[in-house]
Design a protein around this ligand. Structure first.
Ligand code: PLP
Length: 398
């Protein structure tokens, strides 16, 4: 029996403790090496055939990286996991391995900027056809499928609208249509402790482990998990040749993060819900987008597929651009920063901070309105964070 035969909470707490066969260290060893020495030529040949056989060169395989792949796969209930240098590297390895000219992709229209760029600008250049639409238009998804659709891709919950997509319903639509498209979801916002996409029929799950899996804002990484046949193909083509391998040191940080992932998620979700409830009744707030609120349009879907409602929310402050900027300038404890999933609570105002260059009409059409604020719960006292938002809103003219 290994730690991977236990329940997810135990796996998470004990990851990395069975890696060091030489010194039996209880801590996770960081194998900072480029290469590995072989006893004979045959052993070297085997090491380059499959990660199962051993390590050869760290871009291809590394014990610390492999352990991270194994850990995330175990938490998601997948056969195999593969870590990358970033979430974006994981997505590019996935698509460049599995797609070719003439293939078609159906993707939700609210996806991470680099994902959107790769699909709608780069892959299109190489002859891949892409349809982007709102996946909560379930009929539309069905209509968008074509005989050459090879990939159906979406995130849930989505950034920044906090749209929740019914995973089981999308799976059913794709399977019932007879399509053989691979179903892939980016579960970065949910984490394996909140949603289990594979149990709902998804084939492959992507995580930007930079976020909650790392949990401390000190490393960038990505992980893909899924069936061994698919993940091995991505390993052989996308990781080996594109080269977006994880740093073993970052994998160590991710493995350390996993040990507290469940507890951190529980706490940050509790904070997000409390903040959402506080803001929902605040006179200076127009609207709060949080899957845990009954006012969320997909609250029932969220209840069905999420164990908890996530650590992210967005809200619309009355007074548009000026009010959004004022709120950012007034917060004292919440940190003005992009990203999410850290001990620090992070806030950002997309219209003035990250999406200022996007044409106003395009920005608004994608749900990034002038007064929209994104809140990523951290681990501070919930009362302190609410008090900070309260005093910051007090200074906003609306
Ligand atoms: N997916 C989501 C949902 C993200 O938020 C991000 C980054 O913010 C990515 C993917 C890309 O991950 P990375 O920054 O690790 O490349």
């Amino acid at each position: 029996m290994t730690i991977y035969d236990y329940s997810p909470s135990t796996i998470a707490a004990r990851v990395g403790t069975e890696v060091d066969g030489t010194y039996h260290s209880l801590g996770i060893p960081i194998y900072m090496t480029n290469n590995y020495v072989f006893d004979n030529a045959e052993e070297a040949k085997n090491a380059t055939q499959s990660p199962e056989f051993g390590d050869c060169y760290t871009r291809i395989s590394n014990p610390t990286n492999n352990e991270l792949g194994k850990a995330v796969a175990a938490l998601e209930g997948a056969e195999m996991g593969l870590p990358f240098a970033s979430g974006a590297a994981a997505f590019s390895a996935l698509t460049l391995t599995l797609l070719k000219a003439g293939d078609h992709v159906v993707c939700d229209d609210t996806c991470y900027a680099a994902t959107n760029y790769l699909l709608s600008t780069l892959l299109v250049k190489f002859g891949v056809e892409v349809t982007m639409l709102d996946f909560t238009n379930y009929e539309g998804v069905q209509k968008a499928l074509r005989p050459n659709t090879k990939l159906v891709y979406f995130e849930t919950p989505c950034n920044p609208t906090m749209k929740v997509i019914d995973i089981a319903r999308i799976v059913q639509i794709v399977k019932n249509s007879g399509s053989e498209a691979l179903l892939v979801t980016d579960s970065t916002f949910a984490t394996p402790f909140i949603t289990k996409p594979l149990e709902l029929g998804i084939d492959v799950v992507l995580h930007s482990s930079t976020k909650f899996i790392c949990g401390h804002g000190d490393a960038v990484g990505g992980v893909l998990v899924g069936p061994q046949s698919i993940i091995e193909e991505i390993w052989t083509v996308g990781l080996k040749n594109l080269g977006g391998c994880a740093s073993p040191f970052n994998s160590f940080l991710m493995l350390r993060g996993i040990k507290t992932l469940e507890l951190r998620m529980e706490y940050s979700c509790k904070m997000a819900l409390a903040v959402a409830q506080f803001l929902e009744t605040h006179p200076k707030i127009e609207r709060v987008n949080y899957p845990g609120l009954p006012s969320h349009p997909a609250h029932e879907v969220a209840k069905k597929q999420m164990k908890n409602f996530g650590a992210l929310l967005t809200f619309e402050v009355k007074g548009g651009m000026e009010a959004g900027v004022a709120l950012m300038n007034n917060v004292k404890l919440c940190a003005l920063a992009v990203s999410l999933g850290e001990a620090n609570t992070l806030v950002q105002h997309p219209a003035s901070m990250t999406h200022w260059y996007v044409a106003e009409e395009t920005r608004r059409a994608s749900g990034i309105t002038d007064g929209l604020i994104r809140f990523a719960a951290g681990l501070e006292s919930i009362n302190d964070i609410i008090a900070d938002l309260d005093q910051a809103l007090g200074g906003v003219k609306s």
